[in-house]
Write a protein that binds this ligand. Structure first.
Ligand code: 8YV
Length: 321
């Protein structure tokens, strides 16, 4: 019987995923879910044929260059691959895969949760109840922004953006979007397309960021772009923290230019800009976009489908490098 490939799994994965790993591979598991350093990964990788990491492990060009030749693939447990230097991986002949599709519903749910939570001041209200600071009711108490029928601008109308649009239509929201390319009429489903991001912004009572982290999107929501939003707009981010210029967003939340922001992703997670915590008009989540049982299982199985293909000599379905 030929030896099963050895897979270095950097984080604790759902039980069902680890069971399949044990059945089909020789996994090097991380039962305590320790966050490995690059040096530790490089050392452990010398015994492995592939790595199954999360976005918490950074595969910079330096790390990739130091990976042992035994490693054939990096099969990510994530759709975003901004933690991997794809060009360095290609140069080293590594196959890199991700897990698209399976987390679109969960991430869109989180976007809607942020949208509602930010608009209706859910974080602030929850803290009042929890800290026994809820003293009274009055017509002016905890008044927020109504969501129903408002205009929602979506930046990045890929898989997640399209589901956000569908769910938002349940609140009778009018969908406007900017994307690298215009969607076909059936996918667009009546949404208004803007070729230029700057032309979209003045229409956005709500703005949802759903674009990947690429050199083009770093700092995309900066002071100039925020100025183009209507006064009192609400910004939602389930994409990556890098898409936002923190100082500009914080200034706009402080001045009242923006009514609120709902954020699941941040620059420098988990050591986020402290001002986000002290502002009352932020609704904050700790990067839980894909954190449902169903989705985390599906992400793991998708990563394993990719590994199965790689070790069977087939082209993996989700190859990004
Ligand atoms: C995941 C994500 O939780 O898949 C992504 O790109 O941002 C998250 O939803 C995380 O990346 C898992 O590694």
């Amino acid at each position: 019987m030929s030896k099963k490939p050895v897979i270095l799994v950097t984080r604790k994965l759902p039980d069902a995923v680890e069971d399949r790993l044990k059945r089909d591979y020789e996994p090097m598991l991380n039962p305590n879910d320790t966050l490995y350093s690059a040096d530790e990964i490089i050392k452990m990788a010398s015994k492995a044929d592939a790595i199954l990491p999360c976005h918490t492990e950074k595969f910079t060009s330096e790390v990739i260059a130091r990976l042992p030749d035994s490693i054939k693939a990096i099969a990510n447990f994530s759709v975003g691959v901004d933690h991997v230097d794809l060009q360095a991986a290609r140069d080293k002949g590594l196959i890199v895969t991700n897990t698209p599709d399976v987390l679109s519903d969960a991430t869109a749910e989180t976007a809607l949760l942020l949208l509602l939570g930010a608009a209706r001041r859910a974080g602030e209200g929850e803290a009042l109840v929890r800290q026994q600071q809820w003293k009274d009711w009055s017509p002016s108490f905890m008044v927020g922004v109504q969501v129903t029928g408002k205009r929602l601008g979506i930046v990045g109308m890929g898989r997640v953006g399209q589901v956000v649009a569908r769910r938002a239509r349940g609140f009778d929201m009018n969908i406007h979007y900017h994307n690298r390319s215009r969607l076909s009429p059936d996918l667009e489903d009546g949404a208004t397309f803007y070729d230029q991001l700057d032309d979209l912004l003045p229409h956005c009572e709500f703005l949802s960021l759903n674009c990947p982290n690429t050199p083009e999107t770093v700092g995309l929501l900066n002071a100039e772009r925020i100025a183009r939003l209507p006064d009192g707009a609400i910004v939602i981010n389930t994409a990556r923290g890098t898409v936002v210029d923190d100082e500009a967003l914080i200034a706009a939340l402080k001045s009242g230019k923006l009514a609120a922001a709902g954020l699941d992703v941040f620059n420098n997670e988990p050591d986020i800009h402290p001002a986000y915590r002290s502002l009352k008009n932020t609704f904050l989540l700790p990067h839980i976009g894909s954190a449902t049982r169903e989705t985390r299982n599906a992400m793991g199985f998708r990563a394993l489908d990719n590994l199965d293909a790689i070790f069977a000599g087939r082209e993996p379905g989700d190859r990004v490098a």
